[in-house]
Design a binder for this molecule. Structure first.
Ligand code: TRP
Length: 478
C-alpha cells in the first residue's frame, strides 16, 4: 500500500480533490439528496403518523446530526482516508471497527437502494408511455410492476453499472457537474408540483396531516424511525462523509459547508412532503387511506397524479422520475465510493478492479431485496419480528437493520470516539482550519457539548430503544 502523508505537498495530485468548496458542497449534497428525501421521507412520515414525525425529524437533523456531520468531515479531512484507514491514521487501530461497521452499513444500504432506484428509473419509461396504473394501489405488495423481475433486474443492472462507471471516473469530475445542474431543476419541478397539489381537492387534509402534530401519537417507533431517517437522509453514520471529507481542502470552512448541506437536504425533503401529502389526500378522496402503506407510497400515488395532468402527464411524469433517478445516482455513487476507497487504500486493490468487484457483489446481495416486492413469497414475508402484526419483507428488514440501527450506532460511536479518544480539542483544531472565528464561538461550545454529552447519551439510548422495540417487541414507552 502506498502511504501518502497528508503533509506531503503533492498528496493532492495523488488523491482526488474537489475543485473547490462549492464542488464539495455539491457532491455531498448530491450524496444526501436522493431517494431518502423523495421516496423514504414521505412514507416514513406516513407510517409515523404525520406531523409529529416531521417535528422529531427536524429536531434530530439540526440538534444531533449536524454535530455528527462536522465530526465526520473533520476526521476525513484530517486523515485523508477511508473510514477504516482514518481511525488507523489517527493512531486508534481498535476504533477502526467503527469504520468497518460503516462499510458494512454502506454495502447493505446500497444493496436495497439500488433496487428502489431501479423501480424509479423504470418509471421513467412507464410514465413516458402512459402506463399510469403500474402500481396496483396503495402499498399493495402485489403491484404488477415490482414483481416483473426481469424488468427490475435489467433496470437494476443498468443502474449499478452507471454507478460503477461514475465511481471509476473518480469522485470529483462527474458528480459535481451533474449535481450543479440537476438538483436545482429537481427543486423547481417539485415546487411546481407543490403548487399543483394545493389546487387539488382535499389538499388541506393532506397538509394538516403533514403539518399539524398530534402529540398523543408519539411512540417509540416514531422516535427511532425519525432518527434513522435523519441519519439516512443526511448520509451520516457510516463514514460516507469521512470519505468525502478526505477530498476537502484545508482552506474550506467545514461548518458552513455542513450547514448548507443540511439545509439543502432537509429543505428538499420538506418540500417533497408538501407535495406528497396533498397528493395522497387527493388520491384517497380525502380519507388519507393508504398513507401508512410503506415503501410503495410514491410509486402508488404519483402515477395517478400525473394522469390527472392530462396530455402533458406522461412528459411531466417521465421528467420527474428521470430527475429522481439522477438524484439517486449521486447517492449510490457516494455509497459505492466508501467500500471502494476502503479496498483501494487498505487492501491495495486497483481502483478499477475494486469498483467492478464491489459493485457486482453488492448487486448480488441486493437480489433478495429485488425479490421481496411480492415475487418470492419467502423474501416477501421474510421475517417476523416479535409481537409485530405482520411479517417484514427482506428489503425493509435490511433497511431497518442498516439505516435505523447501524447508522445511529455509527453516529454514537463516532461522537464517543471524537470526544473521548481523539479528544475534542483536536476536533476543534481541525474545524477551526478554514473557519477563523470558530474558536470560542457559541457554535463551538454547542458542538463540544453535543459530541461529549448530548449525542452519546441520546444516540446511545435511542439505539437501545430501537433494538428492543423494533426487533424484540419490548415497548419502553407508549
Ligand atoms: N442520503 C441518501 C438519500 O437520502 C442515501 C445515502 C447516500 C446514504 N449515501 C449514504 C445513506 C450514506 C446513509 C449513508 O437518498
Amino acid at each position: 500500500m502506498l502511504y501518502i502523508s497528508p503533509q506531503t505537498e503533492n498528496y493532492m495530485a495523488v488523491r482526488g480533490q474537489f475543485s473547490n468548496k462549492l464542488g464539495f458542497i455539491m457532491a455531498a449534497a448530491g450524496s444526501a439528496v436522493g431517494l431518502g428525501n423523495i421516496w423514504k421521507f414521505p412514507f416514513e412520515v406516513g407510517q409515523g403518523g404525520g406531523a409529529i414525525f416531521v417535528l422529531m425529524y427536524l429536531i434530530f437533523c439540526f440538534a444531533l446530526c449536524f454535530p455528527v456531520m462536522v465530526t465526520e468531515i473533520a476526521i476525513g479531512r484530517k486523515t485523508q482516508r477511508n473510514p477504516v484507514g482514518a481511525f488507523n491514521a489517527l493512531g486508534f487501530r481498535n476504533w477502526n471497527i467503527v469504520g468497518k461497521l460503516g462499510i458494512l452499513s454502506g454495502v447493505l444500504i446500497l444493496s436495497f437502494y439500488n433496487v428502489v432506484a431501479a423501480w424509479a428509473f423504470g418509471y421513467v419509461f412507464e410514465m413516458a408511455v402512459g402506463h399510469f396504473n403500474v402500481g396496483a394501489g396503495f402499498g399493495s405488495a402485489e403491484s404488477a410492476y415490482t414483481t416483473d423481475i426481469v424488468k427490475i433486474g435489467i433496470y437494476g443492472i443498468v443502474f449499478m453499472t452507471a454507478t460503477a462507471f461514475i465511481v471509476n471516473q473518480g469522485v470529483s469530475k462527474g458528480i459535481e457537474k451533474a449535481t450543479k445542474i440537476l438538483m436545482p431543476t429537481l427543486i423547481i419541478m417539485i415546487l411546481g408540483l407543490v403548487i399543483y397539489s394545493l389546487t387539488l381537492d382535499h389538499s388541506m387534509k393532506g397538509l394538516s396531516f403533514y403539518l399539524k402534530p398530534d402529540f398523543s401519537a408519539i411512540k417509540g417507533k416514531v422516535v427511532y424511525s425519525a432518527l434513522g431517517q435523519a441519519f439516512f437522509s443526511l448520509s451520516l453514520g457510516m463514514g460516507a462523509l469521512i470519505t468525502y471529507g478526505s477530498y476537502v481542502s484545508k482552506k474550506d470552512n467545514i461548518l458552513s459547508s455542513a450547514a448548507l448541506i443540511t439545509l439543502m437536504d432537509v429543505g428538499i425533503a420538506f418540500i417533497a412532503g408538501l407535495m406528497m401529502f396533498p397528493f395522497v389526500a387527493y388520491m384517497s378522496n380525502g380519507t388519507m387511506e393508504g398513507v401508512s402503506g410503506g415503501p410503495g407510497l410514491i410509486f402508488a400515488v404519483l402515477p395517478g397524479v400525473f394522469e390527472s395532468l392530462g396530455t402533458i402527464g406522461p412528459v411531466i411524469g417521465a421528467i420527474f422520475f428521470l430527475l429522481l433517478s439522477f438524484a439517486a445516482l449521486t447517492s449510490t455513487v457516494s455509497l459505492l465510493e466508501v467500500p471502494v476507497a476502503y479496498a483501494v487504500d487498505e487492501h491495495g486493490v486497483k481502483r478499477k478492479r475494486a469498483v467492478w468487484l464491489v459493485a457486482g457483489l453488492i448487486f448480488i446481495i441486493g437480489i433478495p431485496s429485488m425479490l421481496s416486492g411480492g415475487y418470492s413469497e419467502f423474501f416477501t414475508g421474510f421475517i417476523q419480528y416479535v409481537k409485530a402484526e405482520k411479517a417484514t419483507d427482506f428489503l425493509t428488514f435490511v433497511s431497518d437493520t442498516a439505516s435505523d440501527t447501524f447508522l445511529p450506532l455509527g453516529g454514537f460511536l463516532i461522537t464517543v470516539f471524537a470526544a473521548y479518544a481523539w479528544k475534542r480539542n483536536n476536533l476543534e483544531e481541525e474545524l477551526a482550519q478554514g473557519a477563523s472565528k470558530y474558536k470560542g464561538s457559541f457554535l463551538s461550545k454547542y458542538i463540544s457539548i453535543a459530541i461529549t454529552v448530548v449525542c452519546p447519551l441520546i444516540l446511545g439510548s435511542i439505539f437501545i430503544l430501537t433494538v428492543l422495540s423494533k426487533f424484540f417487541g419490548v415497548q419502553i414507552f407508549a
